[in-house]
Design a protein around this ligand. Structure first.
Ligand SMILES: C[S@@+](CC[C@H](N)C(=O)[O-])C[C@H]1O[C@@H](n2cnc3c(N)ncnc32)[C@H](O)[C@@H]1O
Length: 289
């Protein structure tokens, strides 16, 4: 059933996270084509950071986490491969997994053109086979929180299994306060001549909710086509974790040497203050499930 403007007027508050929708539609071909442009633009850092920031973060990963030595790297939610294409140029063998068809097509084309040691899988990281023998697994730019807690835990367990003993997990989740503030942001809207949600002019009405009992948010997006008034509706949720919860979760999934960093390389960008960096190492005994 299509959403109408009347449905927006008569809407009810969101009561539970993840009930109204899993995520924005990363895997839809047309959405992913428009999202790829957002990843690659050098005008903002909303979908991926700008290239000069990525260059310095890649340098930090290479020097601080991998001691400058060649390794095998897994990038979960790699997008267009902006990190691992650079890491491959530094001598690492890289695997990227993402559900966005346009991003994976772009990443594959770059790898072919530049003859990079990168392979990409167009798959859902919840179900994908990660392979094994990695020195580093990474899941960055806040995507961790968008998974239901059970999926997030299962991803950590699979990453643990894919790492070699002593291998590093690089996680860049949101801080607890950032997720809560997003949930408490209320309703706001913008207009676009054509952008992420459509090539045609549209209004985007956003509304967020904080679920204190779950420490989670729901964000709704009503996208109203400016010519026809047709409404598309999307929703996504995010789980908030305290630092102690991140620490406990990583420990339960078999990681030790857990360290918190304010950013990758100390170069804090004001847009990103809601993110934190957590590194840990695979302990030598099996993860709990
Ligand atoms: C915020 S973007 C970050 C992209 C990249 N890590 C970067 O920083 O440039 C999140 C990425 O996660 C991907 N993603 C979201 N859910 C996913 C899933 N279930 N499996 C694989 N990839 C997923 C999206 O397609 C998107 O490319």
């Amino acid at each position: 059933m299509n959403t109408t403007l009347s449905d927006i007027v008569s809407r009810q508050p969101a009561t539970e996270p993840w009930v109204e929708g899993e995520k924005i539609p990363w895997r839809e071909p047309e959405f992913s084509r428009r999202m790829l442009a957002e990843h690659l633009t050098q005008r903002h850092d909303a979908a991926s950071r700008r290239f000069d920031t990525i260059d310095s973060q890649v340098d930090w990963i290479h020097r601080e986490l991998l001691s400058g030595k060649p390794s095998k790297i897994l990038d979960l939610g790699c997008g267009p491969g902006l990190y691992i294409s650079r890491l491959a140029r530094l001598g690492h063998e890289c695997v990227g997994i993402d559900i966005s068809p346009a991003s994976i097509a772009y990443a594959n084309a770059q790898a072919d053109e530049r003859d990079l040691q990168c392979s990409y899988l167009l798959q859902d990281m919840r179900t994908a086979d990660y392979g094994s023998g990695y020195g580093l697994a990474m899941l960055i730019f806040g995507e961790f929180n968008v998974f239901r807690p059970s999926d997030a835990r299962a991803i950590l367990v699979k990453a643990h299994a894919a790492l070699s003993p002593g291998g590093v997990l690089l996680l860049e989740p949101h801080t607890f306060d950032a997720v809560r503030e997003m949930g408490e942001a209320g309703a706001h809207w913008y207009s676009s001549d054509g952008g992420l949600f459509s090539d045609e002019p549209y209004l985007c009405l956003r509304e967020s909710f904080w679920h204190p009992d779950h420490a989670a948010t729901t964000e709704r997006y009503y996208v109203v086509d400016a010519k026809t008034g047709a409404v598309s509706r999307y929703a996504s949720s995010m789980q908030a974790y305290t630092d102690a919860e991140y620490r406990a979760l990583l420990s339960e999934c078999g990681f030790g040497d857990i360290r918190f960093h304010s950013s990758m390389g100390g170069d804090v960008n004001a847009h990103e203050t809601g993110l934190m960096v957590v590194t840990s190492r695979k302990r030598k005994y099996p993860a709990l499930t």
